[in-house]
Design a protein around this ligand. Sequence first.
Ligand code: ADP
Length: 394
Amino acid sequence: MLVFVVNAGSATLKYALFRNREELCSGIADRIGFGDSFVSIKQKNLGEKILLLPLANHRDALREILRILIETGAVNDLNDIDAIGHRVVHGGEMFSKSAVIDKKVISAIKKYAKLAPLHNPPNLLGIEACEKLMPGKRQVAVFDTAFHQTMPKKAYLYPIPLKYYTKGRIRKYGFHGISHEYVALEAARVLKKSIKKLRIITCHIGSGASIAAVEYGKSIETSMGFTPLEGLMMCTRSGDIDPGIILYLMKEQKLSADEIDNMLNKESGIKGILGFSSDFRDILANLGRKDKPEAKLAFDIFAHRLQKYIGAYAAVMNGVDAIVFTAGVGQNSGIMRKAVLENFGYLGVKIDWKKNLANDTIISQPGSKVKVLVIKTNEELMIAEETERVLKRR
Ligand code: ADP
């Protein structure tokens, strides 16, 4: 089955084409709606190309992508494409699995836009553009929240008056589910064990960061919550803070809701501590500098908070068999992994520090009770596989 994968953001449309598990090509339409928009394509034997093209909206972007796919020979014509898989960020409580897109699914995605105002509306634009340009083609929604729908009530309910959940559905949803599920499955495959026999802690540490406790194949806890703001320190997001700080800032410093929103989502995390950058690589580049003490501070807070969560998740699963690191920081920063993992000897973690620095797949020593892995996430592949699985089930 040839599956076209779409991940639409507010000004971007990432795409990929998969046959079985093989990626045939991928790329991005970026700066949609701005003057300097472009489409990139990466294809075996052709390398990477970038084309500057005016893209007024997502439909324009998709039209150009499909034209390029035909031009490069990735597909002969659009009939070659069997199905389309979409990343959809919020599926609320309705979706614990991927779903074939129909009117009902579309109206649910619209409904959950209230909970993910930055993500669900552009996801819908991607779906609508596909329907317009490839009418009748089977489309599947793969939700970022779905994997975490297996969390028990004690994990997903906040201890605030219950009516906010029963009436307003305020609860922990969790995000990055496609990535957490993918790397947990990959870890089981690498370890040659059934996922049903493993307690895995998956750490997705990119510009957004979250961690999940995957107990025998099911997510039972995760650090992002009602919104993607909760949990770990991120590039520009604060992660966990005392909610009293928000009240204090509103009451004493008269900050508005919008100002606090901006501060917590865009000015905090690495950006908040480092000041001049939100990029983890700038922490590393300045770690040893006496005139930049903020770099060490940002590094220490980042690692400390991740360490706390790993400890907590080992506790809620009554042990841990594997810890997996993924995404930009998780896959690439041996220094950060070292700072975090140094404290887990008591759990039975024994690291081969050379393999850790080399970003090997298994970085624990052969005799380590807890296996520690570095796995490249591949959300697009997971979406393609899910799309195929859902359509074959029908
Ligand atoms: P996104 O969530 O945007 O997909 P990524 O998974 O690409 O993000 O992660 C982006 C983060 O990864 C940035 O903070 C970046 O600094 C960090 N990063 C990328 N490469 C490296 C590297 N080689 N070493 C450390 N951090 C890195």
